[in-house]
Design a protein around this ligand. Structure first.
Ligand code: NIG
Ligand code: FE
Length: 408
């Protein structure tokens, strides 16, 4: 066998369901890499003979390997911060009160419109570095703090550039319909027309987005407006997803499911009918415990129903300056278990195989399986549950991205 590198003395949480045990685990395993992909994975005892003199062999000293982590929902590109709103909320103002008074998303919009592209890039790169150090190898980044054509395109360019200059793969999402901009305060429909007829064609022409998202909520876009944007995006061949049922239930998830959305995100207020709808359409449920925690929400997402209807559950950071200024995918593993009662295995699926599904990239990443890209992490842990159990001392020892060992 001719391989580019081999890993031995490792336990591997492949996250491949076909293996038929928790975490798709293979203890005392070996992994062989060829041309950036997994060429062989299995028990070390079964490893075919290979030229050990010509092949770099890495030893994991009995530690665990998992697929590289995937953060499937972030707003990583933004300017400024909203610590003042945090203080206001601690005095009793609600997230909705602040948004309705012209703060919230709109205050970050003001900062982003003023920010130079280079400034946005530099701050976002620091955040991406923080995620990467924790083992993230793929991240989704949304626009949505521009709300005018120029700034939305600027945000997406920054996100695309990050992907080109960083080992972490970046999937970009156009979220022009994130909030109603002040200029259209009394005519949201007119803004929706601009999103569809002015912004979206430019986003597509400049190949700036892999997907389109909308914030469907009482304080943002109604069902009809949301459907228009998602339908236009779908017709243009983009993947679609939705911020839905975060603060109330207005049926966004069901509508998004009927259009074949990859995911519905937040979904604290999703009911059984909505869960059935997303289950039937193969739509993933993206759980965002950071926003639930930071906004001190009390309505829990319908975890038992999601399990009952076998909806793939995803866990993401939703990193953003307003509702989740928590730049840590690892922290989300812990929060998904403590706050939402996911099992550590469910949580880990949420940042690996299921996160890949939510982004529509499950054929390439999210599992350790022959033919998939060789994206994985070596962790200083003796059982995979430790990834969700403890937080604060980063157990990430090594990251391999597309077969390349990353020094960070
Ligand atoms: O995912 N819910 C809408 N959007 C973001 C919050 C954005 C903000 O407050 O800046 C979220 O929570
Ligand atoms: Fe979000």
């Amino acid at each position: 066998m001719q391989w580019d590198q081999v890993w031995i003395d490792v336990n591997v949480a492949t996250m491949n369901d076909d293996i038929g045990c928790a975490y798709g685990a293979i203890e005392d395993a070996a992994i062989a890499i060829k041309d950036n992909s997994i060429a062989w994975i299995g028990p070390k005892a079964d490893l075919p003979e290979f030229d050990a003199l010509a092949t770099p062999v890495h030893r994991g000293r009995g530690k665990w390997i998992t697929p590289g982590l995937i953060d499937a929902h972030t707003h990583l590109v933004f300017a400024g911060n909203r610590a003042n709103e945090f203080e206001m909320r601690l005095q009793g103002a609600s997230y909705e009160d602040i948004a309705l008074a012209g703060g919230g998303i709109i205050s970050t919009v003001k900062a982003c419109r003023e920010a130079e592209e280079a400034e946005l890039f530099d701050s976002a790169r620091k955040r991406l570095n923080a995620l990467a150090k924790e083992g993230v190898t793929t991240v989704e980044i949304k626009s949505g703090y521009g709300l005018d054509c120029e700034t939305e395109l600027k945000m997406l360019r920054v996100a695309r550039e990050l992907g080109k200059h960083h080992h972490v793969d970046v999937q970009t999402t156009f979220l022009g319909a994130h909030a109603i901009p002040p200029e259209f305060k009394h005519d949201a429909d007119a803004y929706v027309d601009i999103v569809i007829n002015d912004m979206l064609p430019k986003v597509i022409e400049q190949n700036l987005a892999d997907a389109v998202d909308v914030f469907c909520e009482g304080i943002a876009f109604n069902l009809e407006q949301t459907e228009k944007v998602l339908t236009a995006a779908k017709q243009a061949g983009l993947k679609i997803k939705l911020h839905a049922e975060q603060l109330s239930n207005i049926g966004g998830s069901e509508m998004a499911a009927s259009l074949g959305a990859k995911s519905v995100d937040h979904i604290e207020f999703l009911d059984e009918q909505g869960v059935k709808a997303i289950s039937n359409s193969g739509t993933c449920a993206v759980l965002l415990p950071g926003a639930f925690y930071f906004l001190r929400e009390t309505q829990l997402p319908p975890i038992d129903l999601l399990r009952q209807y076998q909806v793939p559950m995803v866990v993401a950071s939703d990193f953003n300056p307003g509702s989740s200024p928590l730049c840590s995918t690892q922290l989300m593993l812990n929060m998904a278990c403590t706050l939402f009662r996911l099992t550590p295995e469910e949580a880990l699926k949420g940042v690996t195989c299921n996160a890949a599904k939510a982004l529509g990239i499950e054929d390439t990443v999210g599992q350790i399986k022959v033919g998939m890209q060789a994206d994985f992490c070596l962790w200083d842990i003796i059982t995979p549950a430790q990834l969700a159990y403890s937080y604060g001392v980063n157990p990430c020892l090594s990251v391999v991205k597309a077969g390349k060992i990353i020094n960070q």
